[in-house]
Design a protein around this ligand. Structure first.
Ligand code: ATP
Ligand code: MG
Length: 451
């Protein structure tokens, strides 16, 4: 009550701020403290022993309640970054704009964040939002209820105390999760204007958790979609990567299309969803990615983007041939790769390293057609061979490469020295020229003349 009074006097209360949270005991939420990592529990214990409030917050609480395994455990506290820093020997402050503390605990690093306050209704007059209302700075410390109010969805604003095992819930997040609803805290239009990435988060989290987006939060997305063009590219890229590697990429992408969130905003998605020619290939790539994530295997962004943009490269290569009236040369193939990457890098902030990986994977494709002794062994030695080979399998699965070729490589990869030697005999007769003609009509990769 006193805190509420003070914040009212200071003019810091918001209409979205719930006055009193529900305190949900363990027998009602069912979350057990040993589901929280030891490192996270130790961090919270230490902070509480030092007299601070500290909770597990955000995605981890939400995921555990939904029966999923959290990616990591984040802690929210009323201690300032300096106070957190003083509580742990192995800790350091990171971030300039809004400082957070990384606490080292055994092999784990726990991210500890001080409760954030809202930017206030007067944020605009302090130059903290851009003309479209997007919040540029968000760096005020606040109370727990303010911290809850500035989070995006009710299911993301849950605070779990592993010591007394209750959940502090300001916005009915536990009930929403039980009812399988993704509900925005506050007025959805305002919240999307503050940060348009929340539209993408809505789609991703709904797909990941199997929730339906509350109509009030869903309706404005279509008309506000353009605001995404206003978000810094690096942030958009991070969010896209999260979405595509969420393990639910197929569902996310079709939901993006349903919400009208794909066109003109994300160049990569434009490519994926508007070019039916590559659709089967892209869908296979996304399904494969989802399967890898579910099996706990790593997903490389280079491989992912290489597959999403593969047909763009082929189309570009075709266009270049027609434009120049020349044959399907490797030089034109490389030019097509460069041009596709250039356009995407400009718009989607694909890093140079990822672009390098993509080109390596693409450039290996024609070389799989050449199975004469020296070349086959040479290819096997390439550092990116495995990625290139996985890509070949994807192309074979999509029906654009003769399965005989991919089977041959699978056998070659797993054969012993003796059998490998037998396999390459008789492969030398393949002439690149003959194959090239056949392959071009099937819209597949060109053949390099030399290694
Ligand atoms: P995941 O980790 O599964 O991607 P998450 O919800 O944990 O999902 P993070 O980016 O780790 O996503 O964010 C942690 C928490 O920070 C969220 O649960 C939410 O409370 C808050 N948050 C993140 N992004 C935003 C945002 N754009 N607007 C408001 N709150 C946000
Ligand atoms: Mg998270």
């Amino acid at each position: 009550m006193i805190r509420k009074f003070i914040s009212r006097v200071l003019g810091r209360s918001t209409p979205t701020e719930a006055p009193e949270p529900a305190i949900i005991p363990v027998d009602q939420h069912g979350l057990q403290r040993d589901q929280i990592s030891r490192a996270c529990r130790r961090t919270i214990e230490t902070l509480q022993e030092n007299g601070y409030q500290a909770y597990v917050v955000g995605g981890a609480v939400r995921d555990l309640l939904a029966g999923l395994t959290p990616k990591d455990f984040d802690v929210a506290t009323n201690a300032t970054p300096d106070q957190v820093r003083q509580s742990f020997r192995r800790s350091r402050i990171i971030g300039r704009r809004f400082q957070i503390v990384h606490v080292g605990m055994g092999a784990e690093t726990i991210e500890v964040t001080t409760f954030r306050g809202h930017h206030g209704d007067d944020a605009g007059s302090h130059g903290q939002v851009d003309e479209q209302g997007r919040v540029l700075r968000d760096n005020v410390f606040g109370s727990q209820s303010e911290d809850a109010a500035r989070r995006d969805f009710t299911v993301n604003a849950l605070y779990y105390d592993p010591i007394c095992e209750h959940i502090v819930d300001y916005h009915h997040g536990v009930a929403d999760l039980q009812q399988k609803t993704l509900r925005m805290i506050g007025d959805p239009r305002t919240r999307y204007r503050e940060d348009p990435v929340r539209m993408l988060r809505a789609v991703r989290l709904a797909a990941k958790l199997g929730l339906s987006i509350d109509p009030a939060a869903r309706r404005p997305i279509r008309e506000m979609a353009d605001l995404i063009g206003n978000v810094p590219l690096s942030r958009l890229f991070d969010e896209m990567l999260k979405l595509l590697t969420s393990g639910h990429a197929v569902r996310c992408v079709s939901q993006l299309r349903e919400e009208g969130l794909h066109r003109g905003l994300l160049p990569l998605l434009d490519v994926i969803l508007e070019h039916p020619v590559g659709e089967r290939f892209v869908m296979l790539a996304l399904e494969t990615t989802d399967r890898r994530v579910h099996h706990g295997k790593p997903v490389s962004p280079g491989f992912l983007f290489a597959s999403l943009l593969w047909h763009e490269v082929l189309a570009k290569w075709d266009a270049l041939q027609q434009h120049t009236g020349s044959a399907a040369t490797p030089a034109l193939f490389f030019q097509a790769m460069d041009e596709v990457i250039e356009v995407q890098a400009e718009k989607l902030a694909i890093t140079r390293r990822i672009a390098g990986d993509m080109k390596d994977i693409w450039a290996l494709q024609p070389r799989f057609e050449q199975r004469s002794g020296k070349r086959a062994y040479g290819l096997l030695q390439q550092p990116r061979f495995k990625a290139g080979y996985d890509f070949l399998l994807l192309r074979a699965q999509a029906g654009e490469v003769d399965s005989e070729v991919s089977t041959w490589w699978t056998d070659f990869l797993h054969a012993d020295d003796e059998n490998r030697a037998l396999m390459v005999v008789g492969q030398a007769g393949e002439t690149p020229r003959k194959r090239r003609r056949r392959r071009r009509s099937a819209r597949t990769a060109p053949v390099e003349k030399t290694d």
